[in-house]
Design a protein around this ligand. Structure first.
Ligand code: GLN
Length: 255
């Protein structure tokens, strides 16, 4: 059970907002929500999920974690205007105050300043990350192993990438790469950066889904959400035997 400052018997709970589940749902990214849900259930933390898609307004005051999956260019063009108009301002405000967010690939790209497709269609993003994405001729595909300083020295992050967009981070101190590539392409296949982080908002190119094979990263998101909601919250360690076996098999095979 988490050690919280709460003196009452109040149940510890977290609510996740799943953005555009009907459109941004590539490569099993929904598995990330299942992983977070199970890691809470195993610790007797109540975990609820609300969804929002085209035309839905969101009350972010009831949200503890946000998740956005990946999507093809077609799906991204269907939602970027809705994202900017209906969710954008409130989402940026909430992340400024430390709301944890995980966005994968297509979702990640729409949190930057813009995403320009191979056909030259430019989709303005939220500008939450000081980053921009431009599609190249070749897709960046394959297994990825990267070092994630956020979780400590020599901790690795593994996953699978499949994107034509190449993302470049600006020179601001605020948005920095989430991880450093050991094997694979990452943001753009050139600067060895993978993903981006700004406060507790994280973008990544790693599908897989990313969280089951990276339990420490899953727990980082949960810890940030508990800290924001309850002041602080230490998570009881889980055995993670299968998770570490899956993680190490990727590290051994690809790095
Ligand atoms: N359509 C975007 C690209 O090709 C994102 C792809 C994805 O989410 N896997 O880069």
């Amino acid at each position: 059970m988490i050690a919280t400052p709460l003196t009452t018997e109040k149940k510890v709970s977290l609510q996740l907002l799943h953005l555009y589940p009907d459109l941004l749902n590539l490569y099993g990214d929904r598995g990330n929500i299942i992983a977070l849900s199970r890691r809470c259930q195993w610790r007797h933390i109540e975990f609820t999920i609300v969804q929002a898609s085209l035309g839905d307004k969101v009350d972010f005051s009831t949200i503890d974690i946000v998740f956005m999956g990946g999507g093809s260019d077609r799906e991204q063009t269907l939602l970027f205007q809705d994202f900017k108009a209906y969710k954008g301002p409130a989402l940026v405000e909430a992340t400024e105050e430390g709301l944890p967010l995980l966005a994968v690939c297509g979702g990640y790209q729409l949190l930057g300043k813009y995403y320009k497709t191979q056909e030259g269609d430019e989709m303005p993003g939220l500008g939450l990350f000081d980053a921009w994405t431009e599609a190249g001729k070749n897709r960046l595909i394959g297994n990825v192993v990267a070092r994630i300083p956020l979780l400590g020295p020599n901790i690795t992050l593994v996953g699978f990438e499949n994107h034509s967009g190449k993302t470049y981070l600006g020179s601001s101190e605020t948005t920095v790469p989430l991880a450093q590539i050991i094997a694979g392409h990452g943001n753009n296949g050139q600067d060895k950066g993978e993903g981006a982080i700004y406060k507790n908002a994280v973008g990544t190119y790693l599908h897989g889904p990313i969280l089951p094979k990276n339990p420490a990263f899953a727990d980082w998101l949960l810890t940030k959400a508990l800290e924001r909601k309850y002041g602080k919250g230490q998570l009881e360690p889980l055995p993670d035997l299968w998770e570490q076996k899956a993680h190490q098999s990727v590290v051994k095979r690809f790095s």
